[in-house]
Design a protein around this ligand. Structure first.
Ligand code: PHE
Length: 497
């Protein structure tokens, strides 16, 4: 049986003079082994300490392309054309071209004419010389065998014709190290009881620890990218002093989803276009009665200095169950609870969970997505505070260029859309929606009149798709998700400053 490659390499070094060196490429040739195998053996010798010394270098090597290999087999295009031309007389050009492949016809004909091997007269091709030498084929054969001494000019020509390609190959140069030996002992990897009981244990040589080893990938469940980004959002918001709201109510009454938020009952968003109405159970059981009366009043007749909508307001409409269209329904419930407190306490709350909208499905839209929403409730907050909180929140997400644009929401006044500068796309993209909750929403909840609530919302999918370079939402959510993608994607670490 042949000795292991490591031992053959050591024997090779032994045979050289003490300071002699050899390259891994040469060893691969000598041993008729794959170069990568030789590199592997050298790496394992390296791990033994100073048995050998290594140095890395690289050379440009030439490879014959697939087209070049065809020429090695059949001859160069110009020679093929020459051979198809009769020794005497001529062949119609069309016949000649139809007897060869398109590349051979195109390149070979003009080359052979250029070399004055053949001539084309009134669409007939005839020979000019009586014999030709296929130098191209010859050179390619030599390059393929690694023994070419072709001039730069010839090589340049072959490269231009895409018959050869050049690439850099790295290799190792090795020589004997200060602990050079021919007898490599198998190194011990573990200190066991047997070794300790062995009187010779002190003589055992242990393999050094490789602290840079990556370790085995863990075979376990993996978090979906949305959950990884969510975890990052949760930690950012928690660090900013926000606490999470309960979001377990996917089915919500129109009352909390719309009416409590001063969304008029004839608002287009309530339309079946955008909202999924529940068939079973179609209606909710209860809504806090006195609060509902206040909401009804502010919608129909106005209150607290507001004119209201001056339209009819139907309890039956408010009781209709929907799949919540935004997490602002969650905020509304929590704010109503705040209004029931004996004394108002300032709070910062957030939520991240699913919402549902009847959208036209495409590469970036599904009928459900996750919203990240937050609010700060305190006395005397202003739009300046909202801008400040937005800047801080997005700065922690690694986004520091923000712009605000006036917008409209039925429940906030003023309202602002938030735009961030996307460095990759080199343009401003919408990243969220925000505003100061209206008194028509807060005062019926019993919140003190000087309490202001600044709030904002954004989607979780958008930053996730950007962060993980996913361009189709269907690769992120739904039956087409590739589990390997979930397995392979790294933890989410946003560039928090
Ligand atoms: N509910 C809004 C949306 O769905 C987001 C938002 C939340 C806007 C809070 C303002 C205040 O887009």
């Amino acid at each position: 049986m042949q000795k292991p490659l490591t031992e053959r390499i050591l024997a090779y070094l032994e045979a050289l003079e003490a300071s002699g060196s050899v390259s891994s490429l040469k060893l691969a040739q000598e041993f008729k082994e794959d170069h990568q195998k030789v590199i592997g053996a050298i790496k394992s010798l390296q791990s033994l300490g100073s048995v050998i010394q290594t140095e890395q270098d690289s050379i440009n090597t030439l490879q014959v392309t697939a087209e070049g290999n065809l020429i090695i087999e059949n001859g160069s295009h110009e020679v093929v054309i020459y051979k198809k031309t009769p020794e005497t007389g001529s062949i119609p050009l069309a016949d000649l071209l139809s007897s060869v492949s398109e590349t051979v016809g195109k390149v070979g004909l003009s080359k052979a004419v250029q070399l004055k091997w053949i001539k084309v007269e009134s669409n007939a091709v005839s020979r000019v010389v009586t014999s030709v030498v296929d130098t191209i084929q010859q050179t390619l054969k030599e390059i393929s065998a690694g023994s070419s001494n072709a001039t730069e000019e010839t090589l340049g020509d072959l490269r231009r014709r895409k018959l050869i390609s050049a690439s850099a190959q790295t290799y190792l140069i090795i020589r004997r190290g200060q602990d050079f030996t021919l007898n490599i002992e198998k190194l011990e990897t573990e200190l066991t009881l047997d070794i300790l009981n062995d009187p010779d244990y002190e003589k055992k040589v242990f393999k050094p620890y490789n602290f840079n080893a990556l370790g085995q990938p863990v075979k376990a469940g993996h978090l979906h990218p949305l959950l990884k980004v969510r975890a990052e959002f949760i930690s950012i918001l928690t660090e900013m002093g926000f606490s999470e709201m309960p979001t377990n109510r996917f089915v919500e009454s129109s009352f909390w989803n719309f009416d409590a938020l001063f969304v008029p009952q004839m608002h287009p968003a309530r339309d079946v276009q955008d909202t999924f109405f529940m068939s079973v159970p179609a209606n909710c059981n209860k809504v806090p009665g006195d609060y509902m009366e206040k909401v009804k009043k502010v919608h129909m007749d106005g209150d607290y200095g507001s004119l209201g909508y001056k339209t009819d307001w139907k309890e039956a409409e408010a009781f209709k169950n929907v799949l919540r269209t935004h997490t602002t329904a969650v905020s509304a419930r929590v704010l109503h609870e705040l209004g029931q407190q004996e004394t108002f306490q300032p709070v910062k709350r957030f939520s991240i969970d699913r919402v549902f909208r009847n959208e036209t499905l495409d590469a970036t839209h599904l009928a459900e997505f996750h919203q990240v929403e937050g609010f700060v409730a305190d006395r005397n907050l202003s739009l300046g505070h909202l801008i400040g909180v937005m800047r801080e929140f997005f700065r922690r997400l690694g986004i520091d260029q923000l712009r605000f644009k006036p917008a409209f929401n039925p429940y906030t006044e003023p309202s602002m859309e938030v735009f961030a500068f996307h460095k990759g796309l080199k343009k401003w993209v919408e990243v969220g929606n925000s505003g100061v909750f209206r008194p028509e929403m807060l005062l019926p909840m019993n919140l003190p009149s000087d309490v202001r609530i600044i709030a904002w919302g954004l989607s979780l999918e958008r930053p996730t798709m950007i962060r993980y370079g996913i361009d189709n939402i269907r690769s992120l959510v739904g039956p087409k998700v590739d589990l390997q993608m979930v397995y392979d994607n790294a933890l989410c670490r946003l560039d928090k400053q």
